[in-house]
Design a protein around this ligand. Structure first.
Ligand SMILES: CC(C)(COP(=O)(O)OP(=O)(O)OC[C@H]1O[C@@H](n2cnc3c(N)ncnc32)[C@H](O)[C@@H]1OP(=O)(O)O)[C@@H](O)C(=O)NCCC(=O)NCCS
Length: 152
């Protein structure tokens, strides 16, 4: 008997692996397309710094070999952090972001990380809703920061 057709198109097959040196132009282009590059953060310097600390947690998702998604994950011994979560604009709403975050959570859990922290701009209601659907909730804390090394 033939199985019934699925009610919606299946999600594309995302392969997730650590960042490789040749990925840099495509990764930076993806971050620019996703609006994640800020004037005060040089993305090339951000990549170089990440490659000195837990480079195996710098995740790249590919579709048919092409870079389609990223997540820069880290564990500082107390909390896990996720930066540069990005899915190519033409590939959003296909569960790729969810899959990348599931992989990040599995890798952090395997290291004994008890909690993930991440920061989303309060005006970015769509991304907040994405994280809410993945089980994340706002903490009662004010994010503070201090720049130690200017990029520009
Ligand atoms: C945020 C982002 C990574 C989400 O990736 P995605 O692959 O589109 O998300 P998914 O398809 O896995 O969505 C998972 C769930 O969140 C929902 N969702 C995703 N984006 C949403 C949005 N903008 N508004 C409301 N809900 C959203 C989906 O509908 C889905 O819900 P469901 O469980 O009911 O099906 C992607 O939109 C992106 O790259 N945005 C630009 C970069 C960015 O802002 N990154 C975050 C930096 S903090």
């Amino acid at each position: 008997m033939t199985a019934p057709a699925p009610s919606s198109a299946p999600s594309p097959a995302l392969a997730i692996r650590p960042f490789e040196a040749g990925d840099e132009p495509a990764v930076v282009a993806l971050w620019q397309a996703c609006g994640l590059v800020r004037p005060w953060n040089d993305p090339h310097k951000d990549i170089a710094r990440k490659l000195t600390e837990q480079p195996e947690l710098f995740l790249v998702g590919t579709l048919a070999g092409e870079v389609a998604a990223t997540a820069m994950v880290g564990f500082d011994g107390h909390r896990g952090w996720v930066y540069y979560l990005a899915v190519a604009p033409g590939r959003q709403r296909l569960s790729l972001g969810r899959r990348l975050m599931q992989q990040a959570e599995q890798l952090l859990t395997a290291r004994g990380c008890p909690k993930i922290n991440l920061m989303v701009r309060s005006t970015n209601s769509g991304v907040i809703e994405f994280y809410r659907k993945l089980g994340y909730a706002a903490d009662d804390a004010v994010p503070l920061g201090k720049r130690l090394i200017p990029d520009l």
